[in-house]
Design a protein around this ligand. Structure first.
Ligand SMILES: [Zn+2]
Length: 428
């Protein structure tokens, strides 16, 4: 069993600018807070944003910070490349609410041998927790002390883009017009509300927010949320016979109608599901929160109709007006948009090739910022940033994956500037 070494990390960052960039971001506690209505939801995101703003300004760029804390930086094209397609690159400043990001103590496991990693807290990252670790034998891996998450999601993406900005600002890399965006509160689903497609004004975009090396996300679920409300009738239990209607029982009847074999815990790969995730109530009124997910549009429509039928059945049993459903569209599968406007996915595929990174195209069993942006008119797949076991204390970052993410992003910028392998040309 190997352990992380703080000294080894200190030595390594002296010779590795990109890693240094990453480690420097870990001092900022940017945990998103869904209980807060502030924009952004935590002050640490503003502090990290301000730090990045001043560093980008030193590169003679003119970044702005919006009132919600989003950092937007335009990097003018290399001379002669002004008319090339406009590429937007995004990463997010916040870290997941699931674990603390306060006082992150990173250390380095040198040349991972394959027997698991023991963190200072005693927690162990082994191949049960993280089967992907087997892909990283012999690699240096950044870990935490086991009391916080690492924050590679998405500070690895931020580090890649900061490292890239330095090289674009002085034209070390030939490029067309580039916009770099550091968004806020991605982890609590608010980030794209603060982004305006017209203002971004780009032909396409890529988020650098995936995990394992080689990942290119080109599809997401179609997603809808539903609130089911049950109206009961309260009568004293002594005289309830034939009169009382218990909203809690309506709710359990409703849950029983949902197909158990189509839940998150019983589905995988390309199967969709129904998921009840929150319930509250008493005899008089009960509310059930659920989400519906499906890769196919028709599949989601079918699930929507199924829930409506279940509502009807409850009303038949308990009387009209006993049950109602309120649906909210959440996001759409970006695959449809990316198939209609395939240039950016083609550029990404070519970029993996150019950077010599083995490509794994994935359908995400969830949503991404890119799903929202794509459906609003800015085609936006997602590429890996490198961290594993995100959102918890087992999070770690194989250093070669961070570099590979940078190499793919750099290759993407170059290919878009050259107009090579986007296949479909810019729409006139
Ligand atoms: Zn993320």
């Amino acid at each position: 069993m190997q352990k992380g070494d703080v000294k080894a990390l200190e030595l390594k960052v002296q010779e590795d600018d990109l890693l240094k960039q990453f480690v420097g971001l870990l001092d900022y506690d940017t945990r998103a807070d869904f209980t807060s209505q502030d924009k952004p939801s935590s002050a640490g995101q503003l502090r990290l944003g301000a730090h990045l703003l001043s560093r980008l300004s030193k590169l003679k760029l003119k970044p702005i910070q919006t009132k919600e804390g989003v950092i937007i930086t335009r990097i003018p094209a290399t001379n002669g490349y002004e008319n090339k397609e406009k590429l937007c690159l995004l990463a997010h400043l916040d870290t997941a609410p699931d674990a603390s990001s306060d006082g992150v103590k990173p250390s380095l496991v040198t040349a991972y041998k394959g027997e698991g990693i023991e963190l200072d807290s005693g927690a162990i990252i082994d191949h049960n927790i993280s089967p992907e670790l087997a892909n990283h034998l012999g690699e240096d891996i950044v870990v935490t002390d086991g009391t916080t998450l690492l924050g590679g999601d998405d500070k690895a993406g931020i580090a890649v883009l900061m490292h890239l900005a330095e090289r674009l600002a002085d034209d070390r890399i030939v490029h067309g017009p580039i916009t770099i965006i550091f968004s806020v509160d991605e982890e609590i689903g608010r980030s794209t509300k603060y982004l305006d497609i017209e203002t971004i004004d780009c032909d396409f975009a890529v988020t650098i927010d995936g995990c394992e090396r080689g990942e290119l996300d080109i599809a997401t679920f179609n997603a809808e949320g539903a609130k089911i409300i049950f109206h009961g009738k309260v009568v004293h239990t002594a005289v309830a016979y034939g009169k009382m209607k218990n909203a809690i029982k309506m709710m359990t009847d409703f849950i029983d109608l949902m197909p158990h074999e189509e839940s998150p815990e019983t589905t995988k790969d390309e199967q969709g599901f129904y998921h009840v995730h929150d319930a509250m109530g008493n005899v008089e009124q009960a509310e059930l929160m659920m989400i519906l997910r499906d890769f196919e549009k028709e599949g989601l429509e079918r699930r929507h109709a199924f829930v409506e039928q279940a509502v009807d059945k409850i009303n038949e049993k308990y009387g009209q007006g006993s049950c109602e459903a309120i649906f909210v569209k959440q996001y759409e599968n970006m695959e449809t948009v990316l198939k209609e406007s395939p240039a950016i996915v083609n550029y990404c595929r070519a970029a993996f090739d150019r950077a010599n990174i083995k490509l794994t195209e994935m359908k995400v069993r969830g949503g991404t910022d890119g799903a929202n942006l794509s459906c609003r008119g800015l085609p936006c797949p997602n590429i890996f940033a490198g961290p594993l076991n995100c959102h918890g204390i087992y999070e770690c970052l194989p250093v070669p994956s961070l570099h590979a993410s940078f190499e793919v992003t750099k290759a993407l910028v170059e290919l878009v500037a050259l107009g090579q392998d986007g296949k479909s040309q810019k729409a006139e």
